[in-house]
Design a binder for this molecule. Structure first.
Ligand code: PXP
Length: 241
């Protein structure tokens, strides 16, 4: 069954507005787990704009499901990952000026470098995923790095301005899923997914994880986090395996 992993970065973004203690992303993670999330995601950015190092330590200690640690491929982040020991890391590109992770990781041409980068994580029993665009080039390159998973960037599909563009982006993602699976990669999806646009994947077999933050937190402001997570978890529970 595909799982729902809830990204709690947006809770930390709100907390950092006042540099205080509330709302606490770790409490959000615990509530999300109680409401049916089967994984928790945190992205510790190099500029620490939302999640802080202590949040990672606290989640690593207390997560009851699956901890997916998003990070840039730097030495500092790998040391933190080795200490936190998440179930899986997801490598993402980072640009300081971006509002959120905008594009996928450039893997093509860097296969050997990425393979070397993730090797110590694999040795420590931590799985790895690469957040990439649904392009043949990036998927084929990812398959050469030794990563178990890719997370296909669904942001362009989510942001499409009309039906034709949405259909084209969806087609690209569906082709990408198939290619990745044929190459032996496990496929996660994430970025910009919400309660409506996710339904396009309901009949697509073999998706392992949906990584969702913004839509859940936006809904939670009005309906509560428990309702927002359980609604999404229930939707995904009806998807094909
Ligand atoms: N996957 C990755 C790699 C991301 O960077 C993000 C955004 O933090 C997400 C998934 C979740 O995206 P959203 O917050 O739009 O649901």
């Amino acid at each position: 069954m595909p799982i729902l992993s809830v990204n709690v970065d947006h809770v930390a973004t709100l907390r950092q507005q006042r540099l205080g203690k509330e709302p606490d992303p770790v409490t959000a993670a615990h509530i999300a787990e109680l409401a049916g999330a089967q994984g928790i995601i945190m992205h510790l950015r190099e500029d620490r704009r939302h999640i802080q190092d202590r949040d990672v330590d606290r989640i690593a200690e207390s997560v009851k499901t699956r901890f997916n640690f998003e990070m840039a491929a730097t030495d500092e982040m790998r040391d933190i990952a080795l200490k936190a020991n998440p179930h899986i890391i997801c490598l993402v590109p980072e640009k300081r000026e971006e509002l959120t992770t905008e594009g996928g990781l450039a893997v093509a041409g860097r296969e050997a470098e990425i393979k070397d980068y993730i090797a110590p994580l694999h040795d420590a029993g931590i799985e790895s995923s690469l957040f990439i665009e649904a392009s043949k080039e990036q998927i084929e390159a990812s398959a050469k790095t030794g990563c178990e998973y890719i997370e296909i960037h669904t942001g362009h599909y989510a942001d499409a301005e009309d039906k034709a563009e949405r259909g084209a982006e969806l087609g690209r993602i569906l082709d990408g899923i198939k290619l990745a699976q044929d190459l032996g990669l496990k496929v996660n999806l994430g970025h910009g997914l919400d309660y409506r646009n996710i339904l396009a994947f309901a009949e697509v077999p073999g998706i392992m994880e949906y990584s969702i933050g913004y839509a859940i937190m936006a809904r939670a402001i009005f309906t509560g986090l428990d309702e927002a997570v359980s609604r999404m978890a229930d939707l995904i529970a009806g998807f094909v395996d």
